[in-house]
Design a protein around this ligand. Structure first.
Ligand code: C2O
Ligand code: CU
Ligand code: CU
Length: 573
């Protein structure tokens, strides 16, 4: 543990140099922040007017690459090709293994880096609309985080230059323009960013063909094999649910693995809003040894695993006791999350995606493991993985009185503490200090409160219920017992810029039937950047603000909720 801390300090010294340069190059941005970002371009006439449009001479990258978002066509289903959007990569400098194409997939190339490396990514937008790329889970300066204020137009290029400071983990990249993240990711814009470090390397974990990415996404196609996105406002309110599962961009949800071998499966739920409860068909435990931004201290065996949107998990799969020809399926198990809205515009409709052939929480196959050949490898799952270095509540300011952020619907809008998206807006309660540790309490307001007139706890205005009480069912009519009339919506909450630890899941207000069906699939250990809040759930997380000041996002990673404004800034100053 001492060793780790020392290394970290050394990194911070290196960083301060980088920081200073950035600070000078962006002098005046402090004032711009107060007045609104557009000012920046008029008071800075270097060609860095809008973030970074050129490579910096003094930055010496270990890896230099081009990434271009393009329109393309791919064969996904038999018959017509599908129009997709796609990240294309080209390596300019660095080891040839840095970029790995996902064969025949709309997914962008997997980018493989090591902690401590410096990377430059020249991102060009060749889409017919504005966009920007975000490195989900990565600890980078504000200007390289892919904030919606930094979107570039068609034909423009944005240059990212940063040092990899993250621990070993499975990160990913995707667009982040406001209001269009859902459709852009849905069209195919996403890729993995894998970070390794010395600690991970010393563990001799499965590598190459035994280190298998499993990106899970749901999609719907029309009769001509074209992607169909949410059509109604009602569907957007709930979030997109597709009618079939794709794995690594493939409609064939099968991984061909070898008997006699052990595997690292890197699961990413890259769906816009679908939540998975994953369990193996033969009843074996799901062995988890990593999550979002770290390996776990030690592996955990779970009966099933809850995987909300944007979340990553490392699963160990031991096929040494299985024979050639066998099949193993990762199934979605059922859970009673009835995503419903009622009254007013919604007309009391269920929103569970019952029109989809795969309603949220229903039973279906997610992917299959086909074991068509024999092999052998010597990989053993270590009992101890990462060092024990979690943050302690005793080191946090306001630990007993944490900042609270409530995610709820208000006046038919998705809100955070009653507010909705503002490009550079940041309220007092969203300002934190560099070099402090804080506990935040994230609250998914119980769905029932959307109905009543109780309103938001921090709210002083009246009529805060979803639409007031006119013409709506009352609490008794809604009841809590019957499946048909509960009001529930999950929110997968994500913070940019950092990885946090989970201190506590508070579930007193979660429907007991729902909690009972999902509780064994939640992981507390490890470093996370996204946490799934079931309806009524509260989560206490602890985080440290380090290295970079600036404006960063926190939001619901149900991409339709995000696009509808369930996203805010926090400011580290
Ligand atoms: Cu993966 Cu702000 O997002
Ligand atoms: Cu992110
Ligand atoms: Cu949400």
């Amino acid at each position: 543990m001492k060793f780790l801390r020392k290394k970290l300090n050394k990194k911070m010294v290196d960083l301060s140099k980088i920081d200073r340069r950035k600070f000078i190059s962006k002098a005046g941005s402090g004032a711009a922040l107060v007045m609104g970002w557009p000012i920046l371009s008029s008071c800075d006439n270097s060609n860095r007017s809008k973030g970074s449009t050129e490579a910096t001479k003094s930055f010496e990258p270990d890896i230099d690459l081009e990434l271009t978002a393009v329109q393309s066509r791919m064969a996904i289903l038999p018959g017509s090709e599908t129009n997709v959007w796609h990240f294309q990569g080209r390596l300019i400098k660095g080891d040839e293994n840095v970029l790995e194409e996902v064969e025949g997939s709309y997914l962008g190339p997997t980018i493989k880096v090591r902690k401590g490396q410096k990377i430059r990514i020249r991102f060009t937008n060749s889409l017919p609309e504005e966009t920007i790329v975000h490195w989900h889970g990565m600890h980078v300066p504000e200007e390289y985080d892919g904030h919606p204020k930094d979107v570039i137009e068609t034909g423009e290029t944005y240059v990212y230059e940063f040092e990899i400071l993250n621990r070993a983990g499975t990160y990913w990249y995707h667009p982040h323009p406001h209001g269009r993240t859902g459709p852009q990711v849905y069209n195919g814009l996403a890729g993995l960013l894998l970070v390794t470090d010395e600690e991970e390397q010393s563990l001799n974990l499965p590598a190459q063909e035994f280190d298998v990415p499993v990106v899970i996404q749901d999609r719907s196609f029309d009769n001509d094999n074209q992607l169909v996105y949410v059509e109604s406002r009602r569907d957007r309110m709930r979030g997109f649910l597709g009618s079939q599962i794709l794995v690594n961009g493939n409609a064939n949800q099968t991984l061909d693995l070898k008997a006699g071998c052990s595997y690292r499966l890197r699961l990413l739920n890259g769906s816009n809003s679908r939540i998975f409860k994953l369990g193996w068909s033969d009843g074996r435990k799901v062995t988890v040894f990593g999550v979002d931004g770290s390996l776990l201290n030690e592996p955990k065996n779970l009966p099933y695993l809850m995987l909300g949107p944007a979340k990553r998990v490392d699963v160990w799969l031991d096929l040494t006791d299985i024979s050639q020809g066998a099949e193993l399926t990762m199934e979605n198990q059922s859970f009673p999350l009835v995503e419903a809205m009622s009254g007013g515009m919604m007309g009391g409709e269920m929103m569970n995606g019952d029109e989809s052939s795969l309603p949220q929480g229903s039973v279906y196959d997610v992917f299959k493991i086909k074991i068509s050949s024999n092999g052998s490898n010597r990989y053993k799952l270590p009992d101890k993985l990462a060092g024990d270095n979690y943050l302690k509540a005793s080191d946090a300011i306001y630990a007993t009185n944490p900042r609270q952020f409530t995610f709820a619907m208000s006046h038919m809008e998705w809100t955070i503490n009653g507010r909705t998206w503002e490009t550079t807006g940041v309220s007092e309660e969203e300002k934190v200090k560099l070099n402090t540790t804080e506990v935040w309490e994230l609250i998914n307001e119980n769905g029932e409160m959307m109905m009543g007139s109780e309103g938001h706890p921090n709210d002083d205005s009246e009529g805060r219920g979803m639409m007031g009480n006119g013409g709506m069912m009352n609490r008794d009519e809604m009841g809590r017992g019957g499946m048909g009339n509960r009001m529930q919506m999950a929110h997968p909450i994500h913070l940019h810029q950092l990885q946090f630890n989970v201190l506590e899941y508070i579930v007193d207000d979660v429907d007991p039937e729902l909690w009972d069906a999902v509780k064994d699939g939640f992981i507390k250990e490890g470093w996370h950047d996204t946490v799934l809040l079931m309806p009524g759930m509260r989560v206490k997380i602890i985080m440290r603000f380090e290295n970079f000041k600036g404006l960063f996002l926190y939001h619901c990673h149900n991409l339709e909720h995000e696009d509808m404004g369930m996203m805010r800034n926090f400011l580290i100053n």
